[in-house]
Ligand binder design. Structure first.
Ligand SMILES: Nc1nc2c(ncn2[C@@H]2O[C@H](COP(=O)(O)OP(=O)(O)O)[C@@H](O)[C@H]2O)c(=O)[nH]1
Ligand SMILES: [Mg+2]
Ligand SMILES: [Zn+2]
Length: 292
């Protein structure tokens, strides 16, 4: 049997990339018995049919390391969160929500600040300052700066990458710049035309010529704080975890409690006030949804 990765699934047919070619496969009945549905991104073992060397059966699905919804993809490894430094300016609250989504979905987040040709050194430093002490990987990219594209490619290489970010930040332009074979539509007019067309999306991961895969997700942008309660939210802020020691109350939410070390760390400039304020906004949102 040959190992491969499912890149596309349409009506019970699965397209499995085995390295040098794509094999069209059916899943074996035993998956249905076990109530397992093969997903795009699944690493599988395939038995090639005797009659046709481009067709086969999926015999085994390897254990998944992650599973995201909308689109439903298994084994994604990185979430590439794309915002632009301006036109439009980044929403740091949405950026935080995407970082939390990455954390919840066991994806490594990479913050990609695009259109960096429009920014000066000071503006870049302001962004880096917001994420100080988080440990997040942050890169600045522009379709006009070839070195930045090389850096992005190095990060994407050999990984299953999920792209996320609001429209207009240059996602499609960026993909086209790193992968000339993509020919994605760019600009506002094409965005409008596309709207409403792709209502029945089937998941698909796209092979990158330099190694790895890419998949686009519209779903994460409407992300709600599913599965997080007020006490677990802080675990998704690495810099809060880092300085979370010595608060007067053991279960301190770093909210209105006296003797809070996190508020002190914000005052001392160790934690960005923008990040802290977002944390408080999300905390209040979680609290208010709670039926008391
Ligand atoms: N200055 C600058 N503009 C860019 C860059 N990338 C894209 N744009 C412009 O931003 C607009 C939106 O780009 P598009 O790729 O369609 O964004 P998407 O909606 O995120 O896919 C277009 O007018 C692009 O020409 C960049 O690196 N620098
Ligand atoms: Mg686009
Ligand atoms: Zn505290």
């Amino acid at each position: 049997m040959i190992e491969g990765i499912i890149t596309r699934g349409v009506g019970g047919n699965y397209y499995v990339d085995i390295g040098d070619k794509i094999i069209e496969c059916r899943a074996r009945g035993l998956f249905r018995l076990k109530n397992i549905k093969p997903l795009v991104g699944d690493r599988v073992l395939v038995r090639i049919t005797e009659e046709d060397e481009d067709a086969g059966y999926i015999e085994e699905i390897k254990e998944r390391t992650s599973e995201i919804k909308r689109p439903n993809v298994a084994n994604a490894q990185q979430l590439i969160i794309i915002f632009s430094i301006k036109n439009p300016e980044p929403s740091f609250l949405l950026l935080d929500k995407l970082l939390i989504a990455a954390s919840l979905n066991k994806l490594k987040p990479v913050i990609c600040i695009n259109k960096s040709d429009l920014a000066d050194e000071k503006e870049r430093e302001n962004i880096l300052d917001i994420f100080k002490n988080t440990g997040y990987k942050i890169i600045f990219t522009s379709k006009y700066e070839p070195d930045s594209l090389l850096e992005l490619k190095e990060i994407l290489k050999d990984k299953v990458n999920v792209f996320s970010g609001p429209s207009g930040v240059g996602k499609s332009s960026l993909m086209n710049a790193i992968e000339p074979g993509f020919h994605l539509e760019t600009g506002e007019i094409s965005e409008k035309l596309k709207r409403g067309k792709h209502t029945t999306r089937h998941a698909e991961i796209f092979k990158l010529s330099f190694g790895g895969y890419a998949v686009d997700t519209p779903g994460f942008s409407s992300f709600e704080l599913e599965g997080i309660d007020e006490y677990s939210l802080k675990n998704h802020y690495p810099e809060i975890v880092k300085y979370d020691e010595g608060c007067r109350f053991l279960d301190c939410l770093h909210y209105k409690e006296p003797g809070c070390q996190i508020k002190k760390a914000v005052d001392e400039g160790l934690i960005s006030r923008i990040r802290y304020n977002n944390y408080i906004r999300l905390l209040e949102q979680i609290k208010s949804n709670k039926p008391y």
